[in-house]
Design a protein around this ligand. Structure first.
Ligand code: SF4
Length: 373
């Protein structure tokens, strides 16, 4: 039965499409992305969430490690990167990375999520050795490392074809690619926020190549800066088209832009309404991507909890130590406890699921004192 919030709404036909399994087109997605009635848009995102994931909502015990924030690029939106001459950057040694990784695994992390800037001098062999060393941790964590631009950087510095780079990383122990760096695919927007970074086609080609090799990855959209609703829909369309081709994306993460300490003329992050609407519209449109994450680092756990009734079915992970959003002004904590995530999911009326990187159930959710790591 059509929800009350949609009975008098112009969006009712889109709801009918979602519940009867008819794919939305780009004009439907644009109506949702521009919808002023959040209840109606949220109901549609929620209907797709239920269709794909029932009453489960997941989280992962994971840890972030940034190996370095030195970067040869200067993306205008980035508050994370530093030049060597700035004197306030960082880079970890392999030993330090292994110690951090082992400590996270000892605390229960099943996934290490590792990215960094495009370092000016480290050779490709250093990254291979990092992956090999982390692959020797006990118990072995899932290694989810590198964005598309890092993979392209490795190809450039090693003078090896991208496919060979990805094969060598996989042989060294890389399990998944991260979904970062997609930003907004529109070329004009990319030029305004991330000049010099890879093009949309290059980002998509890295993931296409990785998927063809049998790998899996996630995908993202950085929203709420200078892009239009049409450009968001174009971005989602390109992700959906690649997923039709490869089925290699396990989940989608909408990343709310944070405006501090960078060169983009935006004075506040996206509103709660825009964040929820974007998640709901994305969920409804991306019918071939199984999971949608509410990224608590960017929006706070409270709003992420509300997003669980607007299309999201995942709260991401415990993380432990986050730099990229916090250097751009995020006021959220550095990490979340398992107990807090489980409670947030239960309060939202859903069944908490502790997952692995592929969203498969692992272990039993815990909200007792031992789950406060
Ligand atoms: S977004 Fe990535 S590639 Fe761009 S400057 Fe920052 S660290 Fe470097």
């Amino acid at each position: 039965m059509i929800p009350v919030s949609l009975r008098q709404s112009a969006l009712a036909p889109i709801y009918e499409k979602v519940v009867s399994g008819v794919r939305l087109d780009t004009s439907d997605a644009l109506q949702l992305m521009q919808g002023v009635d959040l209840n109606a848009v949220g109901s549609i995102g929620d209907a797709m969430r239920r269709r794909l994931n029932g009453d489960r909502a997941s989280y992962i015990l994971n840890a972030y490690i940034n190996y370095s924030n030195y970067c040869i690029l200067s993306c205008q939106f980035c508050a994370f990167s530093r030049k060597k001459r700035n004197g306030d950057g960082f880079e970890l040694t392999l030993d330090e990375i292994v110690v951090k990784g082992q400590a996270a695994v000892n605390r229960g992390a099943t996934e290490l999520h590792i990215v960094g800037g495009l370092h000016p001098s480290l050779p490709f062999s250093w990254y291979l050795e990092m992956v090999r060393a982390l692959g020797r941790l006990e118990p072995r964590p899932h290694l989810k490392c590198f964005t598309a631009i890092e993979a392209l950087h490795f190809s450039r510095i090693s003078k090896l074809p991208l496919e060979t780079v990805l094969e060598q990383l996989r042989e060294a122990g890389l399990d998944s690619l991260t979904g970062g760096g997609a930003e907004i695919f529109d070329a004009g927007v990319r030029d305004r926020i991330a000049r010099g970074k890879e093009s949309a086609d290059e980002w998509l080609d890295v993931h296409r190549t990785w998927h063809r090799l049998g790998g899996r990855s996630t995908c993202t959209m950085l929203f709420g800066h200078v892009e239009t609703a049409e450009q968001r829909v174009d971005h989602l369309s390109r992700l959906r088209a690649l997923q039709d081709e490869t089925s290699g994306f396990t989940g989608f993460v909408a990343l709310p832009y944070h405006p501090d300490n960078n060169g983009i003329p935006v004075d506040r992050p996206p509103s709660a309404l825009d964040t929820l609407r974007t998640i709901a519209a994305s969920r409804a449109f991306l019918d071939n991507i199984p999971h949608v994450t509410a990224y608590w680092v960017g929006m706070g756990l409270r709003l992420a909890q509300v997003a669980l009734s607007h299309g999201a079915d995942d709260l991401h992970g415990t993380i432990e130590e986050e730099h990229i959003f916090h250097m751009a002004g995020a006021g959220t904590p550095q990490g979340q406890t398992e107990a807090a995530m489980v409670r947030a999911i239960r309060e939202a009326g859903l069944t908490p699921v502790r997952r692995n990187t592929f969203y498969e159930v692992v272990g039993r959710p815990r909200e007792d004192a031992a789950a406060t790591r």
